[in-house]
Design a protein around this ligand. Structure first.
Ligand code: PHE
Length: 360
C-alpha cells in the first residue's frame, strides 16, 4: 500500500534548496552538472515534484508555499548557471595549459562538397560578357516568354514560311476568350533583335544571352532547354569581315588559344548572306565523337548580315543602316570548353557533375 500523500510544507522546500545548492557546488564537470539539472528541474525533477504537490497544500497556505517555491526554483537555476560558467572557464583554462594545444592551427574546413560553385554556364556567360563589353557591346536581357511576332514574323519568318519547321516550338495555350498575339517560349535569343532596334538609336552593338526552348526529343547534343548568346551590331557601314573578326576574338578568348574554324553558307530567313561558323570539335580533337556527330566539327555560331526586312521591322531604313547578327550556341560552347560529352549534364542538376567546376 502506498503511504498516504503527505502535505508538503515550506520546510520541505528549504531542505531541498539547501541540499540542491550543496550538490550543485560539488559537481566536478559540465556533464555532471547537466545530469543534476535534470534531476532537479526536469519533468520528474525534485523541484517539479514539489510543485505538483501543491494540490495537497491547504488552500490558505498555497500563496506562501507557491511564492517560496518560485524563489527556491530561481535560486537553483541561478546556482546552476554560476556553476556552469565556473566549470567552463576551468575547462578552457586547462585546455590552454595543455602543451600540445596549438592556437595557430586553422579551424576545421567545412565539408568541401558543400561549398558553392558557379555553374559552368554562368562562368562562360560571365566571360563572354566581359569580352564583348571590352569591345563596346551593351548587355541586354529579354523575356523567355515572347510573342509570335518577335520570335518569327519580325525575323522574316511569316506564318506559312517553311522555316518555322526548323524550330519546334512550345506554344502557350490561349485562355478561353483570350485575344491578342500568340505567345510562346522563345526558340532562340533572336527575339531580341527587333526589340533592340526599336529601343535604341543606331549605331549600337549589343549582346543578349539567355535560355531558349525547343519542343524536341533529347540526346547527347539536343536538349529542350539550352542557352544562347545573341549578338547584334547595327551601323552605317559594317561587314562580314567585322563579324568574323569579332567571332574569332571571342573564341580565342574563351578557349585561351587559337581554335580552328570554318565558315560555310547557312540559311536563316533573318540574315542575308547567312553562315554557319563551325569549330573543330574540342572534345575529340576532330576524330569524331557523339558531340560532333562523328564529323569532327561542331556548329557553334550561326550568323550573317541582318536581312533588310528585319531592319524594316525594327524601324530602320535598310538603305541607311547595315547590321550583322550571330546566335552563339552557349551550351555547345560550354561543352567544348570543358569537354562535356552530353548536353543533358548541363541542366541535369546532378551535384557530382556540378561540383567538378569549383574554382581553383
Ligand atoms: N537564331 C538562330 C537559331 O537559333 C541563330 C542565328 C542567330 C542565325 C543570328 C543567324 C543570326 O537557330
Amino acid at each position: 500500500m502506498q503511504p498516504a500523500q503527505q502535505e508538503p510544507v515550506t520546510q520541505d522546500i528549504d531542505a531541498l534548496l539547501a541540499e540542491s545548492l550543496a550538490a550543485i557546488t560539488a559537481t566536478e564537470d559540465e556533464a555532471a552538472l547537466r545530469d543534476l539539472e535534470v534531476k532537479l528541474l526536469g519533468k520528474k525533477g525534485a523541484v517539479t515534484e514539489l510543485l505538483k504537490g501543491m494540490k495537497h497544500v491547504a488552500p490558505a497556505d498555497r500563496p506562501a508555499f507557491g511564492a517560496r517555491l518560485t524563489e527556491a526554483r530561481a535560486a537553483v537555476e541561478g546556482a546552476i548557471a554560476t556553476r556552469r560558467a565556473t566549470l567552463e572557464e576551468a575547462r578552457v583554462a586547462a585546455l590552454c595549459e595543455d602543451p600540445s594545444f596549438d592556437a595557430t592551427l586553422p579551424a576545421p574546413r567545412p565539408n568541401a562538397t558543400r561549398n558553392g560553385a558557379l555553374h559552368p554556364l554562368t562562368r562562360v556567360t560571365d566571360h563572354i560578357e566581359e569580352v564583348f563589353r571590352a569591345m563596346g557591346f551593351m548587355l541586354l536581357d529579354y523575356p523567355e516568354i515572347d510573342t509570335e511576332f518577335n520570335n518569327f514574323d519580325a525575323l522574316n519568318i511569316p506564318a506559312a514560311h517553311p522555316a518555322r519547321d526548323m524550330q519546334d516550338t512550345f506554344w502557350l495555350a490561349q485562355r478561353p476568350g483570350e485575344t491578342g498575339p500568340r505567345r510562346l517560349l522563345r526558340t532562340h535569343t533572336s527575339t531580341g533583335q527587333v526589340r533592340t532596334m526599336r529601343a535604341f538609336a543606331p549605331p549600337f552593338r549589343a549582346i543578349f544571352p539567355g535560355r531558349v526552348f525547343r519542343y524536341e526529343s533529347t540526346d547527347a547534343s539536343h536538349e529542350h532547354t539550352f542557352h544562347q548568346v545573341e549578338g547584334l551590331m547595327v551601323a552605317r557601314h559594317t561587314s562580314v569581315a567585322n563579324l568574323v573578326y569579332s567571332m574569332k576574338t571571342l573564341l580565342s578568348e574563351i578557349f585561351e588559344r587559337e581554335v580552328t574554324v570554318r565558315l560555310r553558307p547557312g540559311f536563316f530567313p533573318f540574315v542575308e548572306p547567312g553562315f554557319e561558323l563551325d569549330i573543330r570539335c574540342q572534345v575529340c580533337g576532330g576524330d569524331g565523337c557523339s558531340v560532333c556527330k562523328h564529323s569532327g566539327w561542331v556548329e557553334l555560331l550561326p550568323c550573317g548580315l541582318v536581312h533588310p526586312n528585319v531592319l524594316r521591322h525594327g524601324g530602320l531604313d535598310p538603305a541607311e543602316w547595315q547590321g550583322w547578327a550571330f546566335g552563339l550556341g552557349l551550351s555547345r560552347l560550354v561543352m567544348m570548353k570543358y569537354q562535356i560529352e552530353d548536353i543533358r549534364h548541363l541542366l541535369g542538376g546532378d551535384l557530382r557533375f556540378n561540383t567538378q567546376f569549383r574554382r581553383g
